[in-house]
Design a protein around this ligand. Structure first.
Ligand code: FDA
Length: 303
């Protein structure tokens, strides 16, 4: 069945978008900023913070990057205006990194300045390994302007221990995650346990340096190990937070909050929901099986 589901995931793109949307809904707040605000208020009401993400990738023109930057500015305005407990996550390729690096830096700078005007925080997501150096460099440059800017480090990358040591020594707030892109074995661990071990190594380096760390995972093993470190070090809850993606591991998410930890939910929204949702479904092949079952049920209902 697991193999069957993995095969189904590969053929998901042949299904109509409107049908995929029915299942994508659990991973995205909706298509508009109002949707994101509504979902964020619901999560805030359950004691969770949010980080909002305007969906959109593979841009090819600078005008698209400019539009994405403007959308991020509107998010920061809306967070302030609607009293949302939350911040923003941005992607550098969406800001034009692969088209014109200097223009990308200008866009990020504008977002960081707007965040500063609201005393808010900007997280620069980490994309595939062709972006790692630029992401770290731009994060550090932005911190010269305003120090409430952080980035993300992926536990599957072999270089990450060195990166975290360097960034932690500079006090950079980091989100630690496993990593979602398909990287070659020369630069990335492929074994699940090796990735878990490296994840905890990175979390520990952050805690050793007493730098704020965002522990972004739905993996119960890693959450339990993080709990142990927090308790062994008697860390105050202001020193770290857990993070999860919208629509994933909701029961565990509620438990983390009721255990007294801070938890932030990643809230993606926007018209470009399709590639993001397909990526999430690929992480959860069971869902693909569910989609196909439902497709057949719907088809047979017609006869
Ligand atoms: P793992 O994949 O082993 O999942 C653990 C368990 O969680 C699974 O067994 C399943 O029960 C559940 N689960 C996981 N994914 C699911 C899904 N889609 N649907 C249903 N259940 C699911 N990556 C990156 O490269 N750059 C980045 O900037 C970010 N940013 C980011 C922010 C936040 C807040 C989170 C939580 C994650 C990211 N990621 C990311 C993604 C991350 O790298 C990783 O791919 C996912 O978090 C899945 O890894 P887990 O640690 O959850 O473990």
């Amino acid at each position: 069945m697991a193999l069957m589901n993995r095969v189904l995931v590969k053929v998901l793109p042949i299904f109509p978008r409107s049908f995929i949307y029915l299942f994508a809904q659990r991973y995205i707040a909706g298509e508009t900023l109002d949707d994101a605000i509504r979902v964020s208020h619901q999560l805030n009401g359950q004691g969770m913070w949010v980080t909002m993400d305007v969906l959109g990738e593979n841009i090819t023109r600078l005008e698209e990057a400019r539009a994405a930057k403007d959308a991020c500015l509107r998010v920061l305005d809306a967070i302030d205006k609607n009293n949302v407990q939350g911040n923003i996550s941005i992607k550098l390729t969406q800001m034009g990194l692969k088209i014109d690096k200097e223009a990308c830096i200008d866009h990020v700078h504008e977002i960081v300045e707007r965040a500063r005007s609201y005393s808010n925080f900007v997280r620069i997501d980490m994309e595939d390994s062709s972006c790692t150096d630029d992401t770290i460099e731009i994060c550090l440059r932005m911190r010269e302007v305003y120090d409430r800017v952080g980035t993300v480090i992926q536990a599957y990358l072999k270089r990450s221990v060195d990166d975290v040591k360097e960034l932690a020594s500079k006090g950079v707030n980091l989100r630690i995650c496993k990593g979602i892109y398909d990287e070659p074995p020369e630069i990335a661990y492929k074994d699940r346990n090796e990735i878990r071990e490296n994840f905890m190594r990175l979390v520990n380096i952050m805690m050793d340096h007493r730098v704020y760390v965002a522990i972004a995972t739905h993996d119960k093993v890693l959450i339990d190990q993080s709990y142990q470190e927090i308790s062994r070090r008697q860390l105050k809850k202001e020193a770290y937070e857990f993070q999860m993606l919208l629509g994933v591991a909701e029961r565990l998410r509620g438990k983390i909050v009721s255990d007294g930890h801070h938890l932030r939910v990643y809230v993606p929204f926007g018209q470009h929901w399709y590639p993001y949702s397909i990526r999430r479904m690929k992480e959860n092949p069971q869902l693909a099986g569910y989609i196909v079952q439902n497709l057949f049920k719907r088809m047979f209902r017609r006869f």
